[in-house]
Write a protein that binds this ligand. Structure first.
Ligand code: GLN
Length: 466
């Protein structure tokens, strides 16, 4: 599909539609939808903003490309004055005091936020069932999960309820739901977009990521959100990615894939054969393909969950009912903390907090946490060596197709293993894009750090050939 942003922009400028009608239509769709994608609607503000855009157009003023474009926001981003619940009981009545940098940049460009979107609570999950707002239903088959943790965002884009949505990706939460709902979803290089105002899950891999129906829309939104931010010291300045510079595949000569991902027993037979067919098509275009060695999926998943749980236990320790969230009074202060946290965190979040505190505790941290950090260094080194040999690494997004609603909750360990192909690229802090092609849940395109442009370029090349 071509850029919806550009198409809508033209329709607005040519007065074929009004911004108010457009926003109202999307709000109605969101309100009526039965996929559980909405935590709260930002309808009053959205309609006010739309009216202002219409006045500008009526007065003959020029409008920016994103001006009047309706979008969605995963409910883990601060947007001043809006409910920001992280889909949790703990924060169900919490309102943001300020706005996340990435979202502010979109607001400054004139984009109109419509909705805070359902997701796994605090980003903890791969199915968007770990939420107080009801399991998100898949856009293609509502008996299946929407994917997670940015499930509401992916389904909204896939169903056309938002033009694009902003998800968050710590270990796959943009890429996996994008794959489950057949759209594009980008996890940029870590630090390209400021995390300020994104609720922290695992700070060393948390990334802001756009979901959309075209590569062009991903590029437009990525450019607007990128850049150094004084409020996030891990950010860096990046050059704008130009339309022309991603329109051909020049410079991409060699790609690689991880042999063990494809040879694993855990991969669905169809996903495997579809992936191998894609590889053959790429070879037929004269691109060299190398089979690479990589860490076993079990090692990747264990390393990721060890570090992610440690970081989330630490990040969520601030949520004790004192400054934020639903406080439940009990006998004394300590008990108040305990009851507040036990009653208001979900089972999945508690599992991670307990696991993370165990990993970090005296007597265990050397054995487990430090080992996790050492493995992460080895994973990054492996990627560095790979990218001396190949320009792009291609992989399936998930080993299998989306589970039925209810199944992941029964077996959290199986759910963790379903992240086998996404978490490695997170630990490596690489730019990785899901494209809705090649396998039932798409393909992941990864490049070396700061090479987001190459990822989009290869996506354009694939678009016309698979
Ligand atoms: N499914 C992974 C997890 O639960 C990734 C989640 C995410 O990226 N927020 O940790």
């Amino acid at each position: 599909m071509d850029s919806q942003i550009k198409q809508i922009h033209q329709q607005l400028v040519n007065k074929q539609i009004t911004c108010t009608a457009l926003v109202q239509e999307k709000l109605d769709l969101l309100k009526q939808n039965t996929h559980h994608t909405v935590n709260s609607l930002l309808d009053t503000q959205a309609l006010e903003l739309a009216a202002k855009v219409d006045v500008k157009i009526a007065n003959g003023e020029t409008i920016g490309l994103l001006e009047g474009i309706p979008f969605g926001i995963k409910d883990v981003y601060m947007v001043q004055g809006t409910y920001t619940t992280a889909s949790s009981d703990l924060l169900k009545n919490y309102k943001s005091a300020y706005t996340a940098t990435a979202i502010q940049k979109l607001l400054d460009a004139g984009a109109i936020p419509l909705v805070k979107e359902n997701c796994d609570s605090f980003g903890h999950g791969s199915s968007s069932e770990n939420t107080i707002f009801g399991a998100v239903k898949n856009a293609i088959n509502p008996d299946l999960v929407g994917g997670g943790s940015s499930g509401g965002s992916a389904v909204n884009v896939a169903k056309g309820y938002t033009v694009f949505s902003i998800g968050g990706d710590t270990g796959g939460s943009v890429r996996q739901p994008a794959g489950y709902n057949n759209i594009y979803g980008l996890k940029p290089t870590y630090g390209r977009i400021s995390r300020f105002g994104l609720m922290a899950y695992a700070s060393s891999t948390d990334c802001v990521g756009p979901l959309a129906k075209s590569i062009e829309d991903i590029r437009i939104v990525l450019n607007v959100m990128s850049g150094k931010d004084i409020k996030d010291q891990t950010t860096y300045a990046s050059a704008e990615i130009k339309d022309e510079s991603i329109s051909n595949s020049e410079g991409i000569k060699t790609i690689g894939y991880f042999k063990n991902f494809i040879e694993s027993d855990a991969i669905d037979a169809q996903v495997k054969s579809d992936f191998l067919v894609s590889i053959e098509k790429i070879k037929a275009k004269g691109i060299e393909v190398k089979a690479l060695d990589f860490f076993e999926a079990n090692t990747l998943v264990s390393t990721y969950y060890t570090l992610a749980m440690a970081e989330t236990a630490s990040n969520l320790s601030r949520l004790d009912g004192t400054n934020y969230g639903e406080r439940i009074e009990s006998g004394n202060l300590k008990e108040t903390y305990s009851v507040t946290r036990s009653e208001n965190f979900s089972e999945e979040s508690k599992r991670r907090i307990v696991g993370g505190n165990q990993v970090l505790s005296q007597g265990f941290s050397d054995e487990i946490y430090l080992k996790g950090l050492a493995l992460r260094d080895q994973i990054s080194e492996n990627f560095e060596n790979d990218f001396k040999e190949v320009d792009i690494i291609l992989s399936p997004v998930t080993p299998s197709t989306p589970p039925k609603i209810g199944d992941s909750l029964k077996d959290p360990h199986a759910m963790y293993l379903s992240d086998a192909y996404t978490v490695g690229f997170s630990l490596g802090q690489l730019p990785t894009l899901t494209v809705p092609q090649g396998t039932a849940t798409g393909l992941q395109i990864s490049a070396a750090k700061n090479n987001d442009e190459l990822v989009l370029k290869f996506a354009n090349f694939l678009k016309d050939m698979i």
